[in-house]
Write a protein that binds this ligand. Sequence first.
Ligand SMILES: [Ca+2]
Ligand SMILES: [Ca+2]
Length: 557
Amino acid sequence: MKKSKFVFLLIPFLLSSCGGGEKPPFDDDGMFGDDNDDVTIPELKDDTSSNYTFDESVKNTGGTTYEIFVRSFYDSNGDGIGDLNGVSEKLDYLADLGVNNIWLMPFNESPSYHGYDVQDYYSIEKDYGTLDDFKSLTEKAHNLGINIYMDLVINHSSDQNQWFIDSAKDFYSKNTEEGSKKDWYVWKMNSSSGYHEYRKNGMSGIYYEGQFSSAMPDFNLDNQEVRDELANVIKYWLDLGVDGFRLDAVLYYYYGSVTENIEFLDWIKNTAESVKKDTYIVGEAWTNWSIIQQYYKSTVDSFFNFPSSLDGYGNDAINGVVKSLVDANKFGDSIETKEKQMKTANPNGRSSYFLANHDMDRSSINLTGDYAKAAASLMMLLPGNPYVYYGEEIGLKGQRKSSSTDSERRLPMIWSESDKTGECEIPDKETLDREGIKIDQVKEGADDLIKEDYSLVNHYKKAINLRNKYSFIQDANFENLTENISKDDSHVLLYKLTNGDDSIIVAHNFNEKAREVEIGDISAKILDSINTTKKIPELNNGKLALGGYSTAILDVK
Ligand SMILES: [Ca+2]
Ligand SMILES: [Ca+2]
């Protein structure tokens, strides 16, 4: 498929113990296999370097985004609820990790614990603090070079939003006078799918659209007054220092209409750009690639790549390839194809890669031990922009037991095993207690793990900082080179990332055994590596020795 002038051959090691896609057990320290292996393992050097430089040019242009559920992150005032000042207190930790942006899940006043039903778009959730706290957070973040992305939930509001309460009254009383909010939401006189009867304040027999739930009435986005108001909301937060938006529920703006949704996405992007140039926008279109691909015809910068996340199961699923459930070459081909399709629709578009988010079981449920590390290495070295869900970097656990316990996917961040200062209480405690859920959480927190060599958090830190170093890859062309590796091996992924004059070759080993990849006649050299042991890769006579679950970045002529 590709015409690479380079020849890559793989000399598989220890195939007898790692064939068939089954993953043999590995030690927690990630050391190579069992002690009684009877074959030669390539000699690798000790890794002692960790002083990566931060590339300032990555600022305001995407980079790595860290998703935060404020309620569960850090409690600054001891009331058990995470808050904005708590996020401020942890900005140094995030800067140290190397993240470029933080995506704050909804922080407007809301009746729900999660906030995805906004009661007042110009407010701060009172559990989270004040507008001054928000201003302070934004200022501190900007001083550290970290951008703030706001979760913009404008498909629907809360049913307790005053706009909706007024709209119900005006529709019921057929008020058509100036200022009537009759048409701000989508009303009908009869019931149908996705609609709910309004039975409050003595009214009944009128029905409103609420595709998610009765507590989340959908806006009538065709109404110019609604658009004017939402434009005010966008301007209000951009003026307060917001740098970008994560758009909730893009597919539902105009339920089922890609064309109308794209028109509205363009309206959002244009509205934001007219206030602040280069406002970064990423949309949640949780669907399959054939549809996501079409959304790149809008001017919105990026969409989450759900098929490659833990939600996916095809050839481009990150969890599939790192666990050798998906052939590395097929993964490479799939990413190459989709990146091309995306760039064809929008040459400035970027895929947003992630493992899991607040609507999914934690990645730690699926990716344990070195799998989690390999997934992080891969995600950070793909084109586009990577997203890390808070706690992912410490292996935080959380799995929904029933549809009413989504909050188990949003459990409190663990900072320290011994010092519980700032640790939040379980969100939505009522629901969890009613379900009789026992939370079996990790013991060590971020402050503990950051002191441990080869901990997951240090692996993330290294991978994120390497990504900052090679920041050009976010707009790079992805060329799969894996096919030239021996067909006997499905564990090594090799690809080239090119952006203008800059290019690197990345080699990942998705197996616990060391691998040797013959690089052929190119005069390549190793620029950097991410390793799961004290061993680092070596390149001798065109042969790359790559440790278990390790990654090498090579230069190319
Ligand atoms: Ca608090
Ligand atoms: Ca809608």
